[in-house]
Write a protein that binds this ligand. Structure first.
Ligand code: M6R
Length: 357
C-alpha cells in the first residue's frame, strides 16, 4: 500500500535508508561478523572470473558491483546485458561463476542466459528481491535483497539494495580469500543510510532544481567519470523511463568524441562529482559544455564541492557514493515526470517485469 504517498515510486525512494539498515541486520551474525551461506563463499573463492548478467537498472547495479569485486576481492568481473550475452557469448574463463542480478527474478533475457550456462555446467548465483522467483529457483545459490516489494515500474530501492548486497559479497569474498581490507562494510553502509535520510529530506530543493533544469527540455545529459559514470547511466535511464525526456549518460571524457555536438543553448547537463581523483577532470568537462551554452548542474560530494555546485551530497566512503548520488537523480526524475503530467508509477510501454525475450 502507498499509504499517504501519492506514488509508489516516492515511497520506495524514501524507504531506501530503511532497506540499508535491514540489509546490515540480515547479513550480520550475533558477533557482528558477515553472515553468508558457506556454499556461496566456496563458489566465490573457486571462481577465476565472475560474469554478472542483468538488464536495465540491475545491469547498472552490476557495473557498480564490478568495481567492488575487483577492488576489494581482486576477482576479475565482466558485466553483460543479458539479451546480448544470450546470443553472442564471449569466451569464458576456466572456472566462471555467473551472478544474475534481478529485482523480480523473472526477467526472461536473464533466464535465457541462466538456462544456457546451466546446460554448460557452470555455477550460478542469483541476487534477487524475490527468493522464490524463477531465477532464484533455477540458480545454485540465492542472495536476498530484503528491499520489500517494489511496485513502481522505475526501480529505485532495488538498485541501492543490489549495490549494498554486492558490497557485502565483495568484502566477504575478500575475507574468505584472506585479503587485508581497510573497509568495514556495515559501518560504511550505516553512514550511507544516514546520508540517505538527509537526502530524502531535501525534496523541496530537488523539486526546485527540476524546475530550473528540466521543466521544458526535450533532452538532457548525465555525465560522470569512474564510479559517477555508472550512476550517470542510471540517472539517465530513470529520467527517460518516467518523464519521456530523451536522456543519455556519458563518461565525461567521452563527450568530446562526438556527443558534445548535441549541446545547444540551454541543454541540461547534470554532472556528478563524487570522486576525488577525477574531480578536476569532470569539472573541466562541465566547463567545456558550459562554453557551448549548456545549463549545467553539478552534484558534488561534501569535501569535493565548489561554490557554484547546485547540490552537495553528504560524505560517504568513496566506493559507496553510487548509493547516495543516485537518490537526487531518482528524485529529479520523479519530479520531472510529475510536472509533465506523466504516469509516474506506470510509464507508457513498460511492464514491471519483462517476461518476454
Ligand atoms: O527485475 P529485473 O531487475 O530483472 O528487471 C530488469 C529491468 O527490466 C529493470 O531494471 C528496468 O530497467 C527498470 N524498469 C528500470 O527502472
Amino acid at each position: 500500500e502507498k499509504g499517504t504517498y501519492p506514488h509508489f515510486m516516492l515511497k520506495e525512494i524514501d524507504e531506501q535508508p530503511i532497506v540499508m539498515r535491514k540489509i546490515i541486520k540480515e547479513y550480520q551474525d550475533e558477533h557482528n561478523e558477515l553472515k553468508l551461506d558457506a556454499n556461496i563463499r566456496q563458489a566465490m573463492k573457486a571462481a577465476d572470473r565472475i560474469y554478472i548478467i542483468a538488464a536495465g537498472t540491475s545491469y547498472h547495479a552490476g557495473l557498480v558491483g564490478k568495481e567492488f569485486m575487483e577492488k576489494l576481492a581482486k576477482i576479475p568481473v565482466e558485466v553483460h546485458v543479458a539479451s546480448e550475452f544470450s546470443y553472442n557469448m564471449p569466451l569464458l574463463s576456466e572456472r566462471p561463476l555467473f551472478v544474475f542480478i534481478s529485482q523480480s527474478g523473472e526477467t526472461a533475457d536473464s533466464r535465457s542466459v541462466l538456462v544456457k550456462i546451466k546446460e554448460m555446467g557452470h555455477p550460478a548465483l542469483t541476487i534477487t528481491n524475490v527468493p522464490g522467483s524463477t531465477l532464484s529457483r533455477e540458480a545454485d545459490y540465492t542472495l536476498h535483497l530484503y528491499a520489500g516489494p517494489e511496485i513502481a515500474v522505475a526501480s529505485t530501492k532495488a538498485y541501492t539494495a543490489q549495490i549494498a548486497v554486492l558490497a557485502i559479497l565483495a568484502v566477504d569474498t575478500a575475507k574468505v580469500k584472506g585479503l587485508e581490507l581497510d573497509f568495514d562494510p556495515m559501518q560504511e553502509l550505516g553512514i550511507v543510510a544516514n546520508a540517505m535520510d538527509v537526502l530524502t529530506g531535501q525534496k523541496e530543493e530537488l523539486e526546485q532544481l527540476t524546475r530550473d533544469y528540466l521543466a521544458t527540455t526535450r533532452n538532457a545529459f548525465f555525465i560522470g567519470r569512474s564510479a559517477d559514470y555508472n550512476v550517470a547511466l542510471e540517472g539517465a535511464l530513470k529520467l527517460k523511463e518516467i518523464s519521456y525526456i530523451q536522456a543519455e549518460g556519458f563518461a565525461g571524457g567521452e563527450l568530446k568524441h562526438g556527443t558534445i555536438a548535441l549541446i545547444e543553448e540551454g541543454t541540461p547537463v547534470i554532472a556528478l562529482a563524487t570522486q576525488a581523483n577525477v574531480n578536476y577532470s569532470i569539472r573541466g568537462n562541465v566547463q567545456e559544455v558550459v562554453a557551448r551554452g549548456a545549463n549545467a548542474m553539478i552534484i558534488s560530494m561534501k569535501g569535493l564541492e565548489q561554490d557554484d555546485d547546485a547540490f552537495v551530497l553528504p560524505p560517504v566512503h568513496e566506493l559507496l557514493t553510487p548509493l547516495v548520488s543516485v537518490v537526487p537523480l531518482q528524485l529529479l526524475a520523479y519530479y520531472a515526470a510529475l510536472h509533465r503530467g506523466c504516469d509516474v508509477d506506470k510509464p507508457r510501454n513498460l511492464a514491471k517485469s519483462v517476461t518476454v525475450e
